[in-house]
Design a protein around this ligand. Sequence first.
Ligand SMILES: [Zn+2]
Length: 270
Amino acid sequence: MDAPIRFLDQKPIELNRRQLVKGLAAGYIVALSGCVQNPTLGRQQLLLVSEAQITQLSASAWNQIRKEQKVSKNNSLKRRLEKVGPPLVTAAGLQRQPWEYTVFQGEEANAFVLPGGKVGFYEGIFKRMENDDQLATVLGHEIGHVAARHSAERYSQQVAAGVGMQAAQVALQAGDVGGAGTIAAVLGAGVQFGILLPYSRTHELEADRLGVVYMQKSGFDPRQSLRFWQNMTAQRGSKAPPPEFMSTHPSDQTRIAALTQQLRQMGYQV
Ligand SMILES: [Zn+2]
């Protein structure tokens, strides 16, 4: 297995069988069978990469994004993130790692998270939120991706698939909420988009589910998650998303149906 792994401007990492075995022995690559039970999700995950390595990749991506993107001058938006974020992080049990919240300029209704706890929101998404409970919806979703180790899993799936790996497909999600494909619009042309891989539909629905749990635990109104996604759907209007099978994101209908079911199970009348 030869899998060159490239991340942003870093040199590709060549992984052959011998190195893979060495990496496993050294614990650099954390896998024997490769599958690990994730108690947060109640399912097994394929993890072939250490948390430290993902964090390092994440830090590089963050530096790149900070170079490409202009930070918003509207400090009140950042303050809202810094107020709403910590209780959700605590609810996720992730308060021991550092978190950084940044608002970027731009009308894009989008947000993203990197596994090292770097959260980015675009000014545009605040206009789609009616209250801080809806802000908590998006933040909870992003924190859910981190808690569920989705990036490491996506990365590992790509490595395991051995797919050419020319462009490295590191699963650091940018352009999350607004739908697949928006990353190219969100980030400047200087960033190599090939390495940024969207989460799968399963990951999106898991992040939604975890986000709602964190909202409830930290005193936000989980019903606002449903309202937020309904509003997003309505506002998208004629700019309809691609059909679900073409998109890595769940269709609006799938997402709203899953949220409705979860909220009812939690005892809410929706
Ligand atoms: Zn997501």
